[in-house]
Design a protein around this ligand. Structure first.
Ligand SMILES: [Zn+2]
Length: 305
């Protein structure tokens, strides 16, 4: 059994929103067991927006947002990926502007903040995992995502673009705290120079620069260097970990995605929760079919079917 966790102390950072270009302060504050991850807009009276699929908001190809009662937070995915991969179950995320700061375009600054500045605190309550019992899949055109039973959380991602640097990249990784910190968190978001003008006309990428995104020109990258040869597919793994966290529990299963984006990832997170016979809540990833006492009624009911 694993205990739920939160942070040891409140930590803060500031930066700009990738799409809004607005300056923003972010604070991560400890929260009690079973609180979950909730965003608060300090500039709008502190209404809480839980980081779950029920509050999915402005999803597009470029970012994932959450909404509640006309209050929204945008670009939550990199922070959520860091929180879920580092096993932070309960936290208040306070913002004074609509968008999570992009930092350097990766999750590494959030990892540093959590592990080196805040520290992790164990709580007196068991964590519950969403363990996959049978395959779940979703296809949209040439994009596909699926989740298969596995004893660990693994991700296989493949991308293909009409660009000489990323015609095809594929990677399979077992996601642990260590592998996330070393191999996934530093991978930066990326975009195409030819799309920048179109994005800015739509009011997106206003804060984007070579300091917070890999920018692809016609034949290569405009930045000085990549952090990994396959940094692009690693960043897609980062994105899908963050988007999938909106199911509300750490997932135990093998996620396989091809050419996905935030819209597909988040639609899939919602579909997982709808297919209640495809998974079970357990207190240990290798617990097999043993039910959890505190599982929702629908999970308990299945045991008698
Ligand atoms: Zn991203």
């Amino acid at each position: 059994m694993s205990a739920q966790r939160t942070l040891r102390r409140t930590v803060s950072c500031s930066g700009i929103g990738l799409h809004s270009g607005s300056k923003v302060n972010l604070s991560l504050k400890p929260a009690p067991a079973d609180y979950g991850i909730r965003f608060q807009r300090a500039d709008l009276g502190g209404l809480e927006i839980p980081a779950t699929v029920r509050h999915l908001g402005g999803i597009d190809q470029y970012q994932t947002g959450l909404t509640r009662e006309a209050v929204s937070v945008e670009t939550v995915e990199h922070l959520l990926a860091a929180l879920t991969a580092l096993g932070i179950d309960n936290l208040i995320v306070e913002l004074n502007s609509p968008e999570v700061p992009i930092m350097d375009g990766s999750a590494a600054p959030f990892v540093y903040l959590i592990l080196n500045e805040a520290g992790v605190k164990r709580l007196q309550a068991p964590r519950r995992y969403l363990k996959v019992l049978r395959p779940i899949s979703l296809t949209q055109g040439d994009k596909r995502i699926a989740l298969y039973p596995s004893d660990h959380f693994k991700v296989t991602y493949s991308i293909s673009f009409d660009h000489p640097l990323l015609r095809h990249q594929s990677r399979t990784m077992r996601i642990t705290e260590e592998s996330f910190v070393e191999d996934i968190a530093p991978a930066r978001t990326f975009g195409f120079l030819k799309e920048v003008e179109m994005l800015r006309q739509r009011g997106l990428a206003l804060g984007g620069s070579l300091d917070n995104a890999i920018v692809l020109g016609e034949t290569g990258v405009l930045n000085s260097a990549l952090r990994f040869e396959d940094e692009f597919v690693r960043h897609k793994i980062l994105d899908v970990i963050g988007d999938l966290s909106l199911v509300g529990y750490p997932v135990v299963g093998h996620l396989v995605a091809h050419r996905g984006g935030h819209a597909l990832h988040t639609a899939f997170a919602a579909k997982i929760l709808e297919e209640t016979d495809a998974w079970q809540l357990v207190e240990s990833p290798d617990m097999g079919m043993v039910p959890v006492g505190a599982a929702p009624v629908r999970a308990a009911a299945r045991q008698h079917a």
